[in-house]
Design a protein around this ligand. Structure first.
Ligand code: TMP
Length: 254
């Protein structure tokens, strides 16, 4: 089999050249890192589950008109995506206090925030991805003011939609991180959702018990990491073990 050219290897994914111009293949690894790679490990089966979960969430977002880089899933660990120019900003949305916000501002984890809060981090491993303000982003040209307006509008829609989607399967969307890219088509440029949406970059708590169902189980050595990712997929109705394609809808909780 002809080996595809590898273009980039990140902490959790590898990007290969796609089958046609303007496409890439995104491969999901089982590798997990936390705290800017200070902690490293493997979560068995994570790549398979995140491939499915990200596919599912991007498709649902696409259905409500949120543009994404996702084209189609190719196999257990790979998906075809559109090649975009990644904006080097991690956009974090928070609905409840947790993680670095709780630590920095002394707000207990689980406190409902007065409104959803958007934060920006400059994607740079050497600098440990520092938090930045919109001023830095536009002044240094990482994104323009129109890009920022588009990203904020999309981010708020994504948050509203995903909050409802997860609530429907008994999961509270505490916070999450997303990335955007510029998609060039003919003479047009659009900002689209890129990267992935999975328990690696969301905080997901069971709505009834507040049990953590995301990468915090790995970050904080809480155990049952694989099981948590599987349970998220199961509730969304997309557990690969179910055998068939992703035809089953989400399982609605009382
Ligand atoms: P934080 O509380 O550590 O700042 O994380 C906020 C959210 O962003 C949480 O859902 C985890 C996610 N996140 C990433 O996906 N990648 C990262 O590098 C960091 C720091 C957070």
């Amino acid at each position: 089999m002809a080996r595809r050219r590898q273009l980039y290897e990140g902490k959790a994914k590898i990007l290969f050249e796609g089958p046609e111009p303007g496409t890439l293949v995104q491969y999901f690894k089982d590798d997990a890192t936390a705290f800017n790679s200070q902690k490293k490990g493997t979560i068995t089966g994570k790549g398979v589950l995140n491939n499915r979960i990200s596919e599912y969430l991007m498709l649902r977002l696409g259905e409500i008109g949120v543009p994404t880089h996702f084209v189609r899933r190719l196999n257990m660990r790979e998906q075809l995506i559109r090649e975009v120019e990644i904006i080097p900003i991690a956009v974090v949305v928070r609905n409840l206090a947790a993680g670095s916000l709780s630590k920095r501002l002394g707000i207990p984890e689980g406190t409902r925030l007065p409104r959803s809060i958007i934060e920006y981090y400059y994607k740079n491993d050497a600098l440990q991805s520092p938090m930045v303000a919109e001023e830095h982003i536009t002044a240094f040209g990482w994104a323009g003011t129109q890009d920022m307006d588009d990203m904020v509008a999309l981010t708020l829609r994504i948050n509203d939609f995903l909050t409802g989607l997860f609530l429907g399967v008994g999961i509270t969307l505490v916070d999450f991180k997303i990335e955007f890219g510029r998609l060039y088509e003919n003479d047009d440029m659009r900002i689209v959702l890129a990267d992935e949406l999975s328990p690696d970059n969301c905080r997901l708590w069971d709505s009834k018990t507040n049990e953590k169902m995301d990468k915090d189980r790995f970050r904080r050595d809480l155990g049952k990491v694989e099981e948590a990712y599987q349970e998220v997929a199961r509730r969304l109705g997309i557990l690969p073990e179910a055998g068939m394609r992703d035809l089953k809808g989400p399982e609605t909780m009382q």
